[in-house]
Design a protein around this ligand. Sequence first.
Ligand code: ADP
Length: 512
Amino acid sequence: MAVFLGIDVGTSGTKTLVVQEDGAILASASAEYPLSSPKPGWSEQNPADWWEAVQNSVRKAVKSAKIKPADVGAIGLTGQMHGSVFLDKQNQVIRPAILWNDQRTAEECAEIEKRAGGRSKLIELVANPALTGFTAPKVLWLRKNEPKNYDRTAHLLLPKDYVRFCLTGEFATDVSDASGTLLLDVRKRQWCKPLLEKLDLKAGILPTVFESEEVTGKLTDAAAKALGLAKGIPVVAGGGDQAAGAVGNGVVKRGIISATLGTSGVVFAHSDEVQIDPQGRVHTFCHAVRDKWHVMGVVLSAGGSLQWYRNQLAEAEVTAAKRLKTDPYSLITEQASEAPTGCEGLFFLPYLTGERTPHADPNARGAWIGLSLRHGRAHLIRSVMEGATYAMRDCLEIVNELKIPIREIRVSGGGARSEFWRQMQADIYGRRVMTINASEGPAYGAALLAAAGAGAYKSVVEACSAAISLTGSTDPLAEAKRVYGKSYPVFQRLYRTLKPDFEEIARLVKEI
Ligand code: ADP
């Protein structure tokens, strides 16, 4: 049976999975690298570190899978989105890559909106508003702040596509990752010439765009030696980490949505048609499935809010968990279950790091509102979990507003490990939630894309059907659904009420 490699060039490290044709995982290996922040708000990495980590993790994974190099049928790539790698005419890296979480480009975002003819016009052209993390503003930043480096730039690549260049010598990307550059006509799945002209950017620096399962090139002799593999192995286009992660969760059909409650929370909806939110509250990107799209909402501190509680206020539980050799989260959530549904009027706003969806507000802050003498620790914890879950529901509401059908919600991430939180999700979403057998995320999706590209399956959808199955379901409880149905609008209103105060607080903090 052929095997496929899925390589995920993440922010903290690279993970390689060796996956058998039937979807079974034979081995996994990873290698880490540093992230540098030369100035406040800056975030950079050295592309050479990615390539080294790819070599190390592939060698380790292939060794522990005990396969022969000739068994590898194809390689799929995924990775952190939006990062920009600048290469010169000799294909040398010009400066460290600027990453997705870099915040230096506020001015350039404003400039892009202006040049595009306003925010709505920009959303019409590329389906999304300008966000500091996206790639296009980074290119404008380079042009303004490091003009010599900009003049030398002959190629602009995304992180996983730099690795592709090392593997195959080709300059290529895929539609899903390209969507996050802000330079793709997401509707037509090709570079957006009108915007490139308005921004006065050279189209020649952009890589060729492929559908995710298409083969973009083959492993060169030198790369094969570096990885300990056979030359000529096809490399498929792959996808950005969110789209590839969705493939890894089987979110590849109309009606299937994933709700991933990790440190951040992501609601990802497959869509057969391109659905654009005129207000730009959710991202609309091409999916890693041919001629399909996805809509995505991001909650910045979802599980992160409970993590904050654990780190700041749960010393007793953390110590007890050490003694009992158990997970502190299981002790914390056990306490939460002692508080009643809806926490007797206590609400938590989970905006500890501002919020992306739906508010796009860096000034938003966390808050407990509605405290009374009745409230104890159990209420505090439960309200944090409820607040994070209401924020996930905010994303689902927009998906619903865009008339994307929600037939099946697949839950994953740390929050789905807890039965209590799964039930809370079902109750707050007011819908059944499902769990699946796969938990390896983007790297697994990349391997499935490779399997489809190599012809082991007729399509990505078929690869997912063969490899991924449902393992459980949780239905909402009628009474809890009723209580949350009444509480959720109050949660929504609290942000709107507090917004001017959050702005005032941000001003205040700057002043003092
Ligand atoms: P990451 O998003 O960092 O990759 P995870 O998907 O594991 O990590 O999510 C981590 C978050 O999941 C934690 O911050 C916590 O809120 C939540 N979590 C993890 N384990 C549990 C658990 N057993 N019960 C409830 N919540 C959990």
